[in-house]
Ligand binder design. Structure first.
Ligand code: ADP
Length: 300
């Protein structure tokens, strides 16, 4: 099993005030972890810890040797300043590679190739010369996902990536992340308040309330008392069938992402993409092969 990282009793504090207390979980290649919890429960702080931007006040984060924290793709929460960034789409995507260079700010051929591939993967290559600040909210998030993908060697950290997007655009964003997770073997950690949407795709859930209220498979989470009290109006969300991104004639997404439309049955061929979450711990195994140590798909 390709374990990517493990947190052992990890805590974080600001000015000696603990804001994340004793978190324990491990993540394997191909997993899709949803981090949920109320505002102020420590989700962003934990992401910063995983990025190596904040040191744990207690405990230990064990990363697989090949997981270079400077090559983790990160999509941070958006601020108005970032939205006004005066650069072209190509420059924004390329800037994701800067971490690899330290203070040397020129790009190699490899950087340009990785950025071009990421733009193509997210279908923003046609926008390459456009100014980032002139894009719509949905286009900007696609570009930032391409930036994270260009930076990443297999692990993506996404902090509230659909905040402020309308439901249809958010729905499309989830579809893209799902495809990257399932088809490209990327491991995804996503903080999201869109619990109804993210639950369809996530293999695992970490529920924070400063301390760890739950970690386990999505299936087990949805049966838990913690989830029952967190999900609004006692509504239930099923892990299957997956939210496949259909849109009704009136433009409404056909799954439960922010709307109450009934879920559609998923074609067998689409279930889990190239993976099936049939491991007892819910970790994904490729059907036609498995993800290799560097995140590429091996034929089995
Ligand atoms: P979430 O992402 O779940 O909303 P955060 O990780 O942003 O939670 O914050 C967790 C707690 O840490 C909050 O009480 C917040 O006020 C506090 N906090 C966050 N950043 C800082 C900081 N830079 N300095 C002091 N306290 C902070």
């Amino acid at each position: 099993m390709n374990k990517l990282l493990e947190l052992k009793n990890v805590s974080f504090a600001y000015d000696r005030q603990t804001v994340v207390n004793r978190v324990n979980f491990s993540l394997h290649e191909g997993d899709y972890l949803a981090i949920v919890g109320e505002n102020g429960s420590g989700k962003t702080t934990l992401l910063q810890g995983l990025l190596g931007l904040k040191t744990p006040s207690a405990g230990e984060i064990v990363r697989r040797e090949t997981l270079n924290r400077l090559q983790v793709g990160y999509l941070p929460q958006q601020t108005p300043l970032q939205r006004d960034f005066p650069a072209t789409v190509r420059e924004v995507v390329l800037s994701g590679r800067l971490n690899r260079h330290g203070f040397v700010s020129f790009y190699s051929r490899e950087d340009r190739k990785a950025s071009a591939l990421a733009m193509e993967r997210l279908s923003v290559d046609g926008l390459a010369n456009r100014s980032y600040r002139e894009l719509s909210g949905g286009q900007r998030q696609r570009v930032l996902l391409a930036r994270a993908l260009a930076a990443s060697n297999g692990l993506l950290l996404l902090d509230e990536p659909t905040a402020g997007l309308d439901p249809i655009v958010a729905h499309e964003f989830y579809r893209l992340v799902r495809a990257i997770n399932r088809d490209d073997c990327a491991t995804v950690i996503m903080v999201s308040h869109d619990i109804h949407c993210v639950m369809h795709d996530a293999t695992h859930v970490l529920h924070l309330g400063r301390s760890q209220l739950f970690f386990g498979t999505t299936e087990d989470y949805l049966k838990s008392v913690v989830a029952a009290s967190y999900l609004s109006h006692g509504e239930t969300v099923s892990h299957e069938p997956a939210c496949e991104g259909g849109i009704d004639a009136d433009g409404t997404p056909t799954c439960g992402c922010g709307v109450s439309a009934p879920l559609e049955e998923t074609p067998e061929s689409d279930k889990g993409g190239r993976f099936s979450a049939d491991d007892p711990d819910g970790h994904r195994h490729s059907r036609g092969g498995r993800c290799s140590a560097n995140g590429e798909k091996e034929r089995g």
